[in-house]
Design a protein around this ligand. Structure first.
Ligand SMILES: [Zn+2]
Length: 274
């Protein structure tokens, strides 16, 4: 039987935990080979002491180094078999001047970055690839670029693989907002959040629903390993019990489906298991 492999392409260190921590650990526990490609160095995140990227004494090189260590710790918790960092400079949040800085991930031609992903795809030959949708899940330039680069790399690799985008169904999003309100924690979509957060995906558009409840504590611990970014985040502030209530499920939509599946699946490898 061929080895099953899942490859996730993420933008920043910590995205693998927040977005796909449940499936990464769940599939690793099943003996699936899990591979993570992290595109940027995360240098425009907060420093370990909480210094924000807007501050004059924010040291991007030091932040990048620290975040690589945090990523290694999180990857160990999630049982990820191989981590590849492409090392592109973080482009910062939408609208920041750093978006267009020379060499930033966002300003790198898609084909150039894709050419670095293709050899990894060809070495690993994953049946399942996961990255963000065309709006980068919530509009972050590096996430949008990860989407474009993954699509381009998959196409030029010639691989036959299923591509999935993580999603949160609208009904679950409403429930999530309630959990946050109950916990009195500010987060995406709560009243205090001006952006309103991502709207969620209409429930009927969800193609795959995965029970990751056995991995939910590992997901929480992996997020906690990214302490420089997550210590004050809603993920940890909501507490482990509330986190368990909400993050025991991960949802996906099919983006490329060589198997032509039509039903709602409960396994990203549905149809691939020989
Ligand atoms: Zn990110």
């Amino acid at each position: 039987m061929t080895e099953l492999t899942m490859l996730c392409v993420h933008a920043h260190p910590d995205d693998e935990s927040s977005t796909t921590g449940g499936v990464l650990r769940t599939y690793a526990d099943q003996g699936v080979r899990t591979v993570l490609v992290t595109c940027t160095d995360g240098a425009l995140g907060d420093a370990p002491d909480g210094t924000t990227p807007e501050a004059k004494h924010h040291d991007p090189a030091h932040v990048a180094e620290h975040r690589a260590d945090e990523l290694a710790a999180a990857a160990a918790i999630l049982g990820i078999a191989r981590v590849e960092m492409l090392g592109y400079p973080d482009s910062g949040m939408e609208g920041w001047a750093q978006n267009d800085a020379d060499g930033s991930f966002w300003s790198t031609p898609v084909d150039e970055a894709a050419a670095r992903l293709v050899p990894i795809l060809l070495q690993e030959r994953p049946q399942v690839v996961v990255t963000y949708d065309e709006i980068g899940f919530y509009g972050h330039p590096d996430h949008i670029q990860a989407h474009r680069v993954t699509r381009a790399a998959l196409e030029s690799s010639g691989l036959t693989a299923s591509l999935f985008y993580p999603a949160i169904p609208s009904s679950a999003f409403r429930r999530f907002r309630e959990v946050l309100r109950e916990a009195d924690v500010e987060g995406p979509g709560t009243d205090d959040d001006e952006g309103g957060g991502p709207p969620g995906t209409p429930d009927e558009k969800i193609d795959v629903v995965i029970d990751v409840s056995a991995a939910v504590d590992a997901k929480f611990d992996a997020l906690a390993a990214h302490a420089s970014q997550t210590e004050s985040s809603f993920f940890l502030k909501m507490g482990r019990d509330r986190f368990r209530q909400f993050f025991g499920t991960e949802w996906f939509v099919r983006a490329i489906d060589p198997l032509g599946r039509t039903s709602v699946d409960h396994d990203l490898f549905a149809g691939w298991r020989g």
